[in-house]
Design a protein around this ligand. Structure first.
Ligand code: G3H
Length: 248
């Protein structure tokens, strides 16, 4: 049985003050205990949000990290720094990082290994562009991203990794993949994990869908057998909406 995971990716939104107001809004509500709820805040808010969620079941995530433990990498944040704050998760390889900050399959692979070695769980993003989908290449692209991301990662680590399938054309556009298209691709990713590892890892791996998930479509998506959760941008910035997503 895979525990559903709903993660809010706040992206570059919320000052510390705004972050704490949002957390207050979320934590006063009754949250479904059978769903893992994660907030992935900007680096600047991580420490304060960690304090604010103490005593709740809400988990904390970062949105990116460097793979090295320390060194001359101006402007970067190391996995040890995130560990010190007490993050539970880190998003790795989000399409916005791939598109604007030269994230590659190779750096994604390094970051996954580094997060696992440091002691928190990666949420690994994969997904195709609209052009790739229209050219009938979606599966080929996503399969290559998965194979490269999981290079040299042992099967006994699969339970500690979450994959987020986010078709780039559905992010922040209001266009959601249909629940059956999203389920098909999450099933295809699951099959790929089965090919790399075995039937056991194929069943264990948790796969989220991301791209314009909102209270009105979350239930339909979550009912699909290959979708174990959602990585949510816009709708995670409103407390009432995020709570509705957790309580789908
Ligand atoms: O990480 C979250 C995704 O990029 C989805 O963003 P969105 O829910 O605003 O479409």
């Amino acid at each position: 049985m895979r525990t559903p995971i709903i993660a809010g990716n706040w992206k570059m939104n919320n000052t510390i003050k705004e972050a704490l107001e949002l957390i207050e809004e979320i934590k006063i509500q009754n949250l479904n205990e059978n769903v893992e709820a994660v907030v992935c805040t900007p680096f600047t808010a991580l420490k304060d949000v960690k304090e604010a969620i103490k005593g709740t079941d809400i988990k904390l995530g970062a949105q990116n990290m460097h793979w090295e433990e320390s060194g001359a990498y101006t402007g970067e944040i190391s996995p040890m720094m995130l560990k010190e704050i007490g993050v539970d998760y880190c998003i790795i390889g989000h399409s916005e990082r791939r598109q604007y900050f030269n994230e590659t399959d190779e750096t994604v692979n390094k970051k996954i290994k580094s997060a696992l070695e440091t002691g928190f769980l990666p949420i690994v993003c994969v997904g195709e562009t609209l052009e790739e989908r229209e050219a009938g290449k979606a599966e080929e692209i996503v399969k290559a991203q998965v194979i490269n991301a999981f290079k040299d990662i042992p099967g006994n680590k699969i339970a500690d990794i979450v994959i987020a399938y986010e078709p780039i054309w559905a992010i922040g556009t209001g266009k959601t993949a249909s629940s059956s298209d999203a389920d098909d691709m999450c099933g295809f990713i699951r099959k790929t994990i089965g090919e790399i590892y075995s039937e056991n890892e194929k069943e264990i791996i948790r796969i989220q869908y991301g791209g314009s998930v909102k209270p009105s479509n979350v239930k339909e998506l979550m009912e699909k057998s290959n979708i174990d959760g959602a990585l949510v941008g816009g709708a995670s910035l409103k407390g009432t909406d995020f709570v509705k997503l957790i309580n789908f």
